[in-house]
Design a protein around this ligand. Sequence first.
Ligand SMILES: *Cc1c(COP(=O)(O)O)cnc(C)c1O
Length: 433
Amino acid sequence: MKYYSTNKKAPLATLHEAVVKGLAPDRGLYMPEVIKPLPQSFFDHIEDMSFQEIAFEVAKSFFGEDVEENALKKIVYDTLSFDVPAVKVEDDIYALELFHGPTLAFKDVGARFMARLLQYFVRQEGKEEVNVLVATSGDTGSAVANGFLGVDGIHVYVLYPKGKVSKIQESQFTTLGQNITALEVDGVFDDCQALVKNAFMDKELNDHMKLTSANSINVARFLPQAFYYFYAYAQMKKKGLADNLVVCVPSGNFGNICAGLFGWKAGLPIKRFIAANNANDIFYNYLKTGEYHPQPSKQTLANAMDVGDPSNFARIYDLFGGSHKAITDLISGATYSDDDIRKTLRDCYERTGYVLDPHGACGYQALKDGLKKGETGVFLETAHPAKFKEKVDAILGTDIAIPERLAAFMRGKKQMIEMPNDFQTFKQFLLKQ
Ligand SMILES: *Cc1c(COP(=O)(O)O)cnc(C)c1O
């Protein structure tokens, strides 16, 4: 399978090239040339298959031409070593709990898959060391760092905005050591993302070292996220609730929902999608007006969604041939302020006992506001509420338990390097490595 760039100016790439490059040379995002429909027989019996079995079928369809079958199976099965249950919150509304992985957020799936696929390609090549640069607004850094921890031949640099990620999030990528280096950038998430993007465009740097990205722009990270949309469908089908399925995705950089849309293109019978935003409402406004205007990101309670210029918008736009109508026919939007998020957390907890995290709260509320009669809604609960314990406890007056795998990070010793928001300094630092 060949991959083209959304900017259409770069040559076609193999999967191997697309994964190692991350971003295409024309600054576009790689897209698979073909999305093969999955056969009806697959959907007929999907409810009897395990998560890993379903994911392997989907992976073969996406990556089967480029990765040897047994290796792909091992990558998929190793990646999905935890469950993603669809849990009933109330009538017609289910939470797809994506937080049962090592760092308690959905990004574990893409990060673990990418680490294993990249290692597969690096081994094929023989020798060279690959350096992964990743900008994070919180959860990407921890998922990527943990996904790659101890993987031979790969060094990871995590760039995060100083003072803008929670203590728990920070501990998940600053305490690891080994092949993981944390860089604390004096700026916001978009500055971190800009440093990473500039590094990929810098010829001298790229001649000196092999760089790749593990942000959600990388095909090996965003596309495997499609697996759990199929599994969500399977679980709902088993309950007899899959006929009018609405999937709601709390969105920031739009990699997660984009993977769901690729699943839909491959034949997954989801009726429609809702993209739930916090106060960063760029996509919401695009749906309303047909115009896309990036904005500086605003800090909110749902900080992993504080993105003012969502990278994967380019993919969604391309997937639907730039048609605003095609996009709005399938996807609707919602936007919530911090006050809304607080109210939702409280309402949901009081009525149902379910503890949402601030990101999932946007997804849940968008279903409450947007679900029509006869539809069943699944929202992606993208992180465990304990990752945002201080905020959630303050809002709900609770003392929610911290899962042991999270507590273990917090006991570790933090190590990071301070980095000004300046590309030349960042570049000199990398050149010295
Ligand atoms: C990253 C993240 C999001 C946003 O996902 P995108 O793929 O960037 O749209 C939502 N919730 C949580 C908890 C996240 O970590």
